[in-house]
Design a binder for this molecule. Structure first.
Ligand code: SF4
Length: 331
């Protein structure tokens, strides 16, 4: 009896071993693939049921998967029936950035024309009018004030006004103690000097009460000060805090970039120009572009009657081509 039982068990065991060894190749070749599908199907089913979908084919963006022949992620089409897994190119991975065709050459030419660095902005720019021996807070306050004065004012006039202010005592406390009348006399004849007296006084009071006589160090807080807009704020961040977080676009930068064709569509306001420019101009150029173009605008690409005939960009500048062609036609 025991012997029969042992033989029967041995026989069953042998059969089992045989089954395993016969089925093993199938498990290796087929089962992992089947398991993969089951896994994906259940994930899709979860997602699909969560949004209350039906039971037809579902398109699902898989976690980014590196394909062998490219560095782009793919969107995988996965069917609930386990058919598919067809990679299709992602729509977001191949966004081609617009940029003007000749901008590098145009910029190189402008740098060449600006080699002497003898434009008013090079010697009287707002970053040159503060007292470098003052404390950091006072230095920053003077940068802010010189930029407030410079709005729609020639560099020479701003520079003269800052000289007078500094001799008078250009600190938050001192300016707050100065009467409006006296302050007006000190900054005259900068444009809108009466309005600027009001802005300077209100701003100085905020700086005293909120920033311990220093200036804010963010675009948002700077723009909250009376008389300070985005262009000024970006220049303050660069000149006072040595931080570049955007391009300072004034009338020169606005005008020249539109003439050069650096806008995908012509812009009407400097702020629109800033947004459009920051969209394609590489960040490495942001720090210097303002000074470069302002000086170029003061010497060559003038607001009225730009000197296209002698400009190195005349053949690759849409405005210059038209202007020089017009002259030939007339002549
Ligand atoms: S060609 Fe004329 S418009 Fe164009 S960048 Fe030169 S000066 Fe300005």
């Amino acid at each position: 009896m025991n012997t029969r039982l042992t033989r029967s068990l041995a026989s069953k065991l042998a059969q089992k071993v045989g089954q395993v060894s016969r089925e093993e190749p199938r498990m290796i070749s087929a089962k992992p693939k089947k398991r993969q599908h089951i896994k994906i199907q259940s994930k899709v089913a979860d997602t699909h049921s969560a949004i209350g979908g039906g039971d037809q084919q579902t398109t699902k963006t898989a976690a980014p998967i590196k394909s062998e022949d490219s560095d782009h992620s793919h969107t995988y089409t996965v069917s609930k029936r386990g058919v598919g897994d067809v990679p299709v190119p992602s729509t977001k991975s191949k966004k081609i950035k617009w940029e003007p065709t000749s901008w590098k050459q145009q910029l190189q030419n402008i740098k060449e024309m600006r080699l002497k660095k003898d434009a008013p902005v090079d010697v009287m720019g707002c970053d040159k009018l503060s007292d470098e021996n003052a404390t950091p807070e006072v230095y920053r306050y003077q940068v802010l004030l010189s930029l407030m004065l410079s709005s729609q004012t020639k560099d020479q006039v701003t520079s003269a006004a800052m000289k007078k202010l500094r001799s008078h005592g250009c600190t938050v406390d001192h300016i707050l103690k100065t009467s409006d009348k006296k302050l007006g006399e000190l900054i005259y004849p900068v444009s809108f000097y009466k309005r600027k007296v009001e802005f300077i006084k209100r701003t100085s009071k905020i700086l005293k009460d909120t920033y311990s006589n220093d200036i804010p160090n963010s675009i948002q807080d700077l723009c909250a000060l009376p008389g300070v807009g985005p262009k000024m704020a970006h220049l303050v961040m660069k000149c006072a805090w040595d931080t570049v977080c955007g391009i300072g676009v004034d009338t020169h930068v606005h005008r020249i970039t539109n003439r050069l064709g650096w806008m995908r569509k012509p812009t009407k306001l400097p702020e629109q120009t800033r947004v459009a420019l920051e969209d394609w101009l590489p960040r490495d150029y942001w720090r210097d572009i303002n000074g470069l173009l302002v000086g170029f605008g003061q010497q060559t690409c003038l607001p009225v009657n730009p000197r296209c005939a002698t400009c190195l960009n005349r053949a690759i500048c849409p405005y210059g081509r038209q202007a020089t062609r017009g002259k030939k036609d007339c002549g």
